[in-house]
Design a protein around this ligand. Structure first.
Ligand code: ADP
Ligand code: MG
Ligand code: MG
Length: 907
């Protein structure tokens, strides 16, 4: 409690600076810094974030006692610098009270302006400025803001309007006027009276008249707002700890509402949406605070060029524009010039795009805030590359400037911002795969294909998805599932496809029979339009316009730069030539995981696969598999060709066989007819395959070790494809990967089958290819015995999905029932299927690598779980010493950037 609690700033001096964001909050630290570099800022002081913690530990009274001396001294300092006096009617000083956390937080309290007014002081202000309209306008604003924020004048119920806005509307109606600026002094006095009355009625308290009472009320309201619902929610989303606390900034008021020579506005040193290097912003004459963003009057552009562009978009003629909506550049050219100089200066100083707030009081410019501006993914990339080119930052800084996650935005279609403003949210789920989708609701994958072939855009709505739904998913604009988390089948597949997906939308009740779903009392039928926002998990009623995201030169530059610094390489998880090609375009250095199960589904393959499953002896199984062989070979040729010159890791069949047989009567009947056997027989076999715990059942290498024909067939398909391509002059580097190994013998047995088959193939074809045989490490036991497995395995690929599942003992398909509670109660900090659990699962990865390399020092190690596309996890894998990560095609650039950042942070 002994630390310095209050930091003053003003007239080119400051006790703080921009390095002190943790203590002073972002706003306070930058207000101090601006003073130090000669930017005009009204004097004031900052109460530290530590006091916020004290507030919650010791309570209001104690904090007031602790602070009073320092606050009073700081107020005197402002009085001295401004030549005015607080709580005094002769020569009044008014204050603003502003919150300010380390990171800017839109969930926090609204700012209070014009604090320090009462019935006498307003008259004093009126006399001093000779501007009663301004004085009374300020007073009514103050009561409104203070009433809202400190006295909590909330609407009584949902239908109720803001009580103050209601009064303003009433008076406007009575007077037959439209704008706030048209109020006369008498109107404003009337309004102030009515405001005070409603405050008394609603709160049972009189509006406080003493300036110091007002001030303490304001300070406590800021601290109190740290724990309001909005703020808590925002912190959860942004992973900001509750312990940070907010600072309070108290500052002398400057007035943009003093008439036609005054104004207020916001501006950016570059375009926050596109990154274009063009100063831009908006302002309003004779206005205060957030009037510009409140949307009551149409704000005007700051620069002439911006103004002309705006007019074009808004369909306003040049004549009208110049007359009604002139730019600041035209209206106040001298102040404009000064503002332009300052925006350059601030950007140079902070070496990043600045978002600034300013007020002009009687022709004098004041800057009220500056911060590194929030921006879209596209702007983030462009600005970083531009600043690099301009020599303002170096390569490493440029790489660090881009948040890998934000690259996602550049890779998927996006909603048009304007359309989003009017879109109606009907439900919310998990943002499983980013992007935007609008289409007609369809419930069944085969319908999805039909509708798609008819040229319709569809959104596939499912309780959950399974591999059988793939074709339907592939043609959908987006996928909505009622169940399932961020790594559910739907989520993983959608991300792989670069397709928008919202999962876990529990509010929706799907009725497959009626082909409809119900949400919030409304029924949506097949064919109705909905839209999905895979970026925030929202589901909208009807159509919302989308636009295609563009990839450009800056993006390529960024990726080249990443390549230069990275040590960890990025491969992709791809099962089709199309995915392989996309990933390659994004810079993937091969395939880290090619799953083969989908190759058993389409057309005739599934029939042969089912014959194989029904077969009662090895001979029959071989016959059935022989039918699949040519198809698989063709599939591999396609993928190898798309990845020519780069390694392709093919995983042998992994899922349990029951996934390949129909579970409904209709399907079983069809299968019986197809194969010419009785339905009974099919039923029996399906029942026999049924497992209590398929995830822990007969799958992975357990299949290949019980039905070695499967491994033989797959090896043959892989290597004969490779040989044929080699004959055609295509360079191929196949790596055959055995899944779900827990015991070294399991691997050794599979390896023997693979090598024996390989020799046969090479002998038959009269040509050899280089290939590797390695294993997934995804069972905890395998990490503990990795040195034994490494005796024969040529590479390890950590399957962190299964490894997480088996280490935690969580079924990733059932995690939805408790994960939200676990996250809320902070039992888990993050979903371990999204970000690698460094202390547990991550340590097993580390151990596996160590054990493996003990046996084989240059053992190539990678990972191919979903974590390969998560920046934080990628950085961890870099530190563990993996050679590569593998992720879905659309995550490749994200992983590449994260890998480069990890390399930079390493040094
Ligand atoms: P936020 O954190 O929501 O941006 P601010 O604390 O920046 O809130 O305050 C919002 C607006 O209030 C500012 O942009 C500015 O227009 C106005 N404002 C704040 N302090 C002052 C002041 N001392 N004088 C004049 N206007 C102010
Ligand atoms: Mg602000
Ligand atoms: Mg696995």
């Amino acid at each position: 409690m002994e630390n310095k609690k209050v930091y003053t700033f003003g007239n080119g001096k400051a006790e703080g600076n921009s390095e002190m964001k943790n203590l002073l909050g972002g706003k306070g630290a930058n207000l101090a810094e601006m003073n130090l570099i000669g930017v005009p800022v009204p004097p004031g002081f900052t109460i530290t974030t530590e006091v916020c913690t004290d507030y919650y530990t010791y309570g209001q009274e104690k904090v007031k006692e602790m602070l009073t001396k320092d606050v009073n001294a700081a107020i005197h300092n402002i009085e001295k610098l401004t030549g005015t006096k607080f709580n005094d009617a002769e020569n009044p000083l008014l204050l603003s009270v502003r919150s300010g956390a380390r990171a800017s937080m839109p969930g926090m309290m609204d700012t209070i302006l014009n604090l320090g007014l009462n019935d006498e002081i307003v008259e004093g202000l009126s006399k001093k400025t000779n501007n009663p309209k301004f004085a009374w306008d300020s007073y009514r604003r103050f009561i409104q803001m203070y009433g809202d924020v400190v006295m909590e004048m909330k609407p009584i119920n949902k239908e109720d309007h803001d009580p103050f806005e209601e009064i303003l509307d009433q008076v406007k109606e009575e007077k037959g006027i439209k704008l706030d600026s048209e109020f006369t002094v008498e109107d404003l006095k009337d309004i102030v009276g009515r405001f005070k009355k409603i405050v008394r009625e609603r709160t049972g308290k009189d509006f406080p008249t003493d300036g110091y009472d007002q001030l303490w009320g304001g300070i406590f309201a800021v601290f109190g707002s740290w724990m309001n619902e909005r703020a808590i929610l925002y912190r959860q989303m942004e992973k900001i700890p509750d312990s940070w606390g907010t600072a309070v900034n108290i500052q002398a008021m400057v007035f943009g509402n003093m008439g036609s020579n005054s104004a207020t506005g916001v501006c950016f040193s570059r375009n926050a949406a596109t990154g274009e290097n063009l100063f831009n912003g908006e302002y309003l004459v004779d206005a205060q605070g957030e009037d510009v963003v409140a949307g009551i009057r149409t704000p005007q552009e700051i620069t002439l060029e911006g103004s002309r562009r705006w007019a074009k978009l808004a369909g306003v003629s040049e004549k009208d524009r110049a007359a009604k909506f002139p730019s600041l550049e035209e209206v106040m050219p001298i102040v404009y010039k000064e503002l332009d100089d300052i925006q350059f200066k601030l950007e140079d100083h902070y070496r990043d795009m600045q978002d600034m707030e300013f007020t002009i009081q009687n022709g004098k410019l004041w800057i009220l805030q500056t911060r590194n501006g929030k921006r879209t993914g596209a702007a983030m990339v462009k600005i970083a590359m531009d600043l690099l080119e301009e020599g303002k930052i170096d390569e490493k800084a440029a790489l660090k400037r881009v948040d890998p996650i934000k690259l996602d935005e550049l890779l998927h279609p996006v909603f048009d911002n304007n359309s989003l403003k009017t879109a109606k949210v009907i439900a919310k789920g998990l943002p499983a795969s980013p992007g935007a989708a609008t289409g007609q609701v369809v419930f069944f994958p085969d319908d999805a294909e039909k509708w798609h072939n008819d040229g319709k855009k569809i959104v596939l709505v499912r309780q959950e998805t399974s591999p059988e739904d793939l074709a339907g998913m592939a043609v959908a604009e987006g996928i909505l599932t009622v169940r399932g988390g961020m790594t559910s089948h739907a989520a993983v597949v959608a991300r792989g496809m670069g397709k928008c997906c919202v999962s876990g939308v529990g509010e929706i009740k799907v009725n497959y029979k009626n082909r409809s779903f119900e949400v919030d009392g409304k029924t949506y039928k097949e064919g109705d339009f909905i839209s999905l926002n895979g970026t925030n998990g929202e589901v909208y009623d009807g159509k919302v316009e989308t636009k295609v995201a563009e990839m450009d030169n800056d993006f390529t530059l960024l990726m080249d730069l990443a390549e230069k610094y990275t040590r960890l390489y990025v491969r992709t998880n791809a099962d089709t030539p199309r995915d392989a090609a996309i990933a390659r375009k994004f810079g993937a250095k091969g395939i880290g995981l090619c799953r083969t199960e989908h190759m058993f589904f389409e057309g005739n393959k599934i029939k042969a696969m089912r014959e194989m499953i029904l077969a009662e002896n090895s001979e029959d199984r071989k016959k059935a598999l022989a039918k699949i062989l040519p198809y698989q070979k063709e599939d591999f040729k396609g993928i190898f060709t798309a990845m020519a010159g780069l390694p392709v890791t093919v995983r042998l069949l992994d899922p349990p066989l029951h996934e390949f047989v129909p579970h409904d009567e209709k399907g079983q009947k069809e299968m019986a007819d197809q194969l010419g056997v009785s339905v009974e027989k099919i039923k029996q076999r399906v029942d026999a395959l049924q497992e209590f715990n398929p995830m822990l059942g007969h799958r992975g290498c357990r299949l290949g070790n019980t039905y070695q024909e499967i491994t033989e067939m797959q090896t043959r398909a892989i290597l004969s494809a490779a040989v044929e391509l080699k004959k055609e002059g295509v360079e191929v580097f196949p790596e055959i990967m055995v899944p779900l190994v827990g015991i070294s013998h399991e691997f050794e047995m599979q390896e023997k089958i693979i090598r024996d088959t390989a020799e046969k193939v090479f002998h038959e074809e009269g040509m050899r290819v280089d290939y590797k045989v390695g294993t997934m490490i995804e069972i905890p036991r395998a990490t503990l015995t990795a040195h034994k497995i490494a005796k024969t395995a040529e590479f390890f690929s950590f399957g962190t999905n299964d490894l997480t599942q088996l280490t935690f003992g969580y079924s990733r398909d059932d995690i939805g029932s408790f994960l939200p509670t676990y996250l809320r109660k902070k039992i888990l900090k993050v979903d371990p299927f999204m970000t690698i659990d460094q202390n547990g699962v991550g340590q097993l990865v580390r151990l596996g690598v160590q054990n493996g390399r003990m046996e084989k020092p240059d053992l190539k190690c990678g990972i191919c779980g979903e974590h390969g596309g998560d920046p934080e996890s990628v950085k961890f894998f870099h530190r563990v010493g993996l050679n590569y990560v593998s992720c879905s095609p659309f995550r490749v650039p994200i992983a590449r950037l994260a890998a480069a950042q990890a390399a930079i942070e390493d040094k």
